[in-house]
Each structure stands twice: as structure tokens, then as C-alpha cells.
Design a protein around this ligand. Structure first.
Ligand SMILES: [Zn+2]
Length: 144
């Protein structure tokens, strides 16, 4: 999987001033580690479980191919999640939950707060929260 710096405005699935990349880890780059609130990990796992609903609502293309965790070689995942926070969209690989749980990856506080407060993918509230971001993607691909 490609590496992107946390809070970068581009990553494999989405690019733009509104984008904040999170958790695109690699074994070639050090990353912050530490404790996170338990409720954050629980909710992050739920976001990852629902990633397919999220991709639909976000208007993201499907990215084929599954990736193996470079840090342990144990976990394989291929989805991506988007977490909205006002005019910013955090974009992370589905494997971000594994990074937090198994490798003690500590994402930026802004992302932790967003996961705790954003509606879950698959709900009308989520679709509403990401509607503006979806429009950006559809315009990019000439579908609007
Ligand atoms: Zn791993």
C-alpha cells in the first residue's frame, strides 16, 4: 500500500483541499504510537465494517486489490473509509483499525474526534454529512 503523511491533502482514493489522509502507514516510515480511547477504537471498527456503504455515499471509485499489513504480514484488507468533520473529509484505509488495535498507531486528535462524532456509513445522516464531498467526486468524473 502507498504511504501518505498523516493530514496530507491527497491519498490513493481521494485528493483535494478538503481531504486529510490518515493511517496510510508503511514499514518504511515511523508513525506515532500510544493509547487511544476505547470508545474510539470500537467506533472506528464499525466505520471499517461499513466501508462499502461509505464508498457508495462518497462517490469514490472502487479500488480493487487487497493489501497485506506491512508491519506484521497478518492482516489483509482492501476497503477505504471517509470520516466527515464539517468542511474536512478524513480518508483512511480499512486497515486503520488494525493499525490502531495491533500496532498502537495513534492517529491525530482531529481524526479521533471526527470518528467519535460523525454519523456511521449506511445511515441517512452520513449521506447528508458527505453530500458536498460526493458532489466534488462526481464533478471530477464528469457525472454531474
Ligand atoms: Zn499488522
Amino acid at each position: 500500500m502507498s504511504w501518505y503523511r498523516d493530514m496530507a491533502t491527497d491519498c490513493m482514493v481521494v485528493q483535494g483541499d478538503h481531504v486529510r489522509a490518515i493511517g496510510w502507514l508503511s514499514d518504511k516510515h515511523p508513525f506515532p504510537a500510544g493509547d487511544v480511547p476505547v470508545e474510539f477504537l470500537v467506533r472506528l471498527k464499525e466505520f471499517c465494517r461499513r466501508w462499502g456503504h461509505g464508498v457508495d455515499a462518497l462517490g469514490w471509485g472502487m479500488f480493487r486489490g487487497r493489501h497485506r499489513c506491512e508491519l506484521c504480514g497478518e492482516c489483509v484488507a482492501g476497503g477505504n473509509i471517509g470520516v466527515p468533520a464539517d468542511d474536512v473529509l478524513f480518508a483512511a484505509p480499512e486497515m486503520v483499525a488494525h493499525y490502531v488495535e495491533t500496532h498502537r498507531y495513534a492517529p491525530p486528535a482531529e481524526f479521533v474526534a471526527a470518528v467519535l462524532s460523525a454519523p456511521l456509513p449506511g445511515t441517512p445522516e452520513y449521506a447528508e454529512a458527505v453530500a458536498a464531498f460526493r458532489e466534488i467526486e462526481l464533478r471530477k468524473f464528469g457525472e454531474l
